[in-house]
Ligand binder design. Structure first.
Ligand code: PLP
Length: 386
């Protein structure tokens, strides 16, 4: 059965061009980039090239890019590293809709005595900038707010936040795991963004590699201690193939971003429009005017997201739901709850997330299969009046 993959915010297919570039670094060019010999040195050169490509996509200096093991590590490093470097400040401001890679770290810090403010969002998932300004005080070490939400695609006003934090002398970290490769970053022109997280597997690089942008002059205590890799800022022998793959993936993203965004957005909009037309009692979650081009989060009232996923899976259609199974009961996502999405709608939410590899035929196939699935489940639902 052909797989129709609409779950690209979970992970993406590795770009063939990236895979080709990685291949020699397993069995032929397997030297350690830290070694003194030429065999290792050539690997070190390739890492330098990859760093330049990541920096080109971010619009920053290569020295401001630290390779990490994943987006989660980048987030953990940014938050813990900032607090360790600023021991006199004890307050962190974040949002209720962050990924757990940020939220769980902040909650753990709260357990350890830090003051953590989780900013709420409105029903479209948007942040209130006035409230944010009110919260920043002399004790604030860090504001960490995501660039774009992984569940709804809603884009946050990162430039405005950066201007605010810069004017208050507070460090700003943004989790841009879902945004890099889809939105131009131009970091050299946005001085208030001090730290920014990337994850390779969200932009067609392999899993197990990420990066953290650290603006020159930002105080950050290293999180991983050991060797002198990454200029002493992140110890541990480099994931050489992963880093090379990330470099290539960033190069491809930089070259084709506008064209690809356009293609992906058109496919996403076609799918979304058809679903809304053909299925009654549906709504789109998030800020449809300011969203990632690849993401559509749709609530199907009166039915369970999990049931929809299982039935779509029979046709090879991969998507994901906004609920998570916690101790046997289905919990609606913290993002949709924070947005105040009604319980019955939050339970039936499905995220479709596309990529450059999706085709018009796949969209047509999904448009043919999804409405009957929704109809069938509604017929079985105890919540729908007869
Ligand atoms: N931040 C966001 C917004 C994400 O969507 C994800 C992954 O889904 C992460 C962080 C974690 O990234 P990784 O899977 O590379 O650890």
């Amino acid at each position: 059965m052909k797989v129709v993959y609409f779950d690209n915010n979970a992970t993406t297919r590795v770009a063939e061009e990236a895979l080709e570039e990685i291949k020699p670094y397993f069995c032929e060019l397997y030297g350690n980039p830290s070694s003194m010999h030429t065999f290792g040195g050539q690997v070190g050169r390739k890492i330098r090239e990859a760093r330049e490509k990541v920096a080109a996509l971010l619009g920053c200096d290569p020295s401001e890019v630290i390779f990490t093991g994943c987006g989660t590590e980048s987030d953990n490093t940014a938050i813990n590293g900032t607090l360790a470097a600023l021991p006199d400040r004890r307050k962190i401001i974040t949002s209720r809709v962050e990924h757990p890679a940020v939220l769980q770290v902040c909650r753990e810090l709260e357990n350890r005595g830090y003051t953590v403010v989780e900013m709420g969002v409105d029903k479209k998932g948007r942040l209130d900038m006035d409230q944010l300004e009110e919260q920043i005080d002399d004790d604030t070490a860090l504001v960490t707010i995501m660039y774009a939400n992984n569940e709804t695609g809603t884009i946050f006003p990162v430039s405005k936040i950066a201007k605010l934090t810069e004017s208050k002398g507070v460090v700003f970290h943004t989790d841009a795991v879902q945004a890099v490769g889809k939105i131009p970053m131009n970091l050299s022109e946005r001085p208030g963004i001090d730290l920014l997280s990337i994850s390779g597997h969200k932009l067609h690089a392999p899993k197990g590699v990420g990066a953290l942008f650290v603006r020159k002059g930002t105080r950050l205590t290293p999180y991983m201690l050991g060797g002198h890799q990454e200029g002493g800022r992140r110890a541990g022998t480099e994931n050489v193939p992963g880093i090379i793959g990330l470099g290539k993936a960033c190069e491809i993203a930089a070259e084709n971003m506008a064209e690809e965004n356009n293609k992906v957005k058109n496919l996403r909009d076609k799918l979304e429009k058809a679903i809304l037309n053909k299925c009654p009692d549906c709504m789109v979650n998030g800020d449809t005017k300011n969203r990632l081009p690849n993401t559509s989060n749709i609530s199907f009232e009166f039915i369970e997201g999990e049931a929809i996923l299982l039935m779509l899976d029979k046709f090879g259609i991969c998507a994901s739901s906004g609920s998570a199974c916690t101790s046997g009961s289905l919990e609606p996502s913290h993002v949709l709850r924070a947005m105040g999405v009604p319980f019955t709608a939050a339970h039936g939410s499905i995220r479709f997330s596309l990529s450059r590899y999706n085709t018009e035929e796949e969209i047509d196939f999904a448009i043919e299969k999804i409405p009957p699935v929704i109809d069938r489940l509604r017929q079985l639902s105890p919540f729908v009046a007869e």
